[in-house]
Ligand binder design. Structure first.
Ligand code: A3G
Length: 144
C-alpha cells in the first residue's frame, strides 16, 4: 500500500464520472466534500495487499495526523502511486477497512468515493511535514 499524505489548509473534491464498472455508491457525502485543516491520504492499494496492511497504515497516518495537528483525515482512493495496483474489488475492501479502523481510533475521518474520476482542489500548508509519502507492507504472519 502506498500513501501520499498532504496536510491541507483547504481540500475539496467533486465526482465527475464513473471510472470502473461498479463505482462505490455516493452515500450521504453525495459525491462531494470540502474540508479545512485536514490530512488528505491519497491511497493506492497494491497487488498482494490484504487486511494486514491496515494496522501499519493506521499507525503511520495517526503519527502524522498528531504531529501536524490536523482536525480531520480524508482517505482518498488514488490509483496513481504504484505500478502494481490491486484490482478494484480487492482495493475497495481494504480501503473500507482502513477508513473503519481510523474511525475506530476515534478521529474525525472521511472517505472519498471509490471508482470515480473526481475534480479536486488542494491547498497544501507547505510546512516541512505537509507532504509525506509512506509505503506499508502486509505483515508476514498475516496478523491483524
Ligand atoms: N484519480 C481518481 C482515481 O484514482 N480513481 C480510481 C480509484 O478511485 C479506484 N481505484 C481502482 N483501483 C485502485 C487501487 N488499487 N487503489 C486505490 N484506488 C483504486 O478506481 C478509480 C479508477 O482507477
Amino acid at each position: 500500500m502506498r500513501l501520499l499524505l498532504i496536510h491541507a489548509r483547504r481540500f475539496s473534491y467533486e465526482v465527475v464520472k464513473p471510472a470502473v464498472e461498479e463505482p462505490e455508491p455516493l452515500g450521504e457525502a453525495g459525491g462531494s466534500g470540502a474540508f479545512e485543516n485536514t490530512l488528505v491520504v491519497f491511497t493506492s492499494v497494491e497487488k498482494g495487499d490484504d487486511e494486514s496492511v491496515v494496522p501499519g497504515a493506521v499507525s503511520e497516518i495517526l503519527s502524522v495526523f498528531n504531529q501536524v495537528k490536523a482536525s480531520s483525515i480524508v482517505v482518498y482512493p488514488y490509483a496513481h502511486l504504484s505500478q502494481d495496483l490491486a484490482p478494484p474489488f480487492e482495493a475497495v475492501k481494504i480501503l473500507g477497512r482502513l477508513y473503519a479502523a481510523l474511525k475506530e481510533a476515534g478521529v474525525e475521518a472521511y472517505k472519498a468515493p471509490f471508482g470515480w474520476y473526481k475534480a479536486f482542489t488542494l491547498e497544501c500548508y507547505g510546512h516541512p511535514l505537509s507532504e509525506l509519502s509512506r509505503s506499508v507492507r502486509r505483515s508476514e504472519t498475516g496478523a491483524r
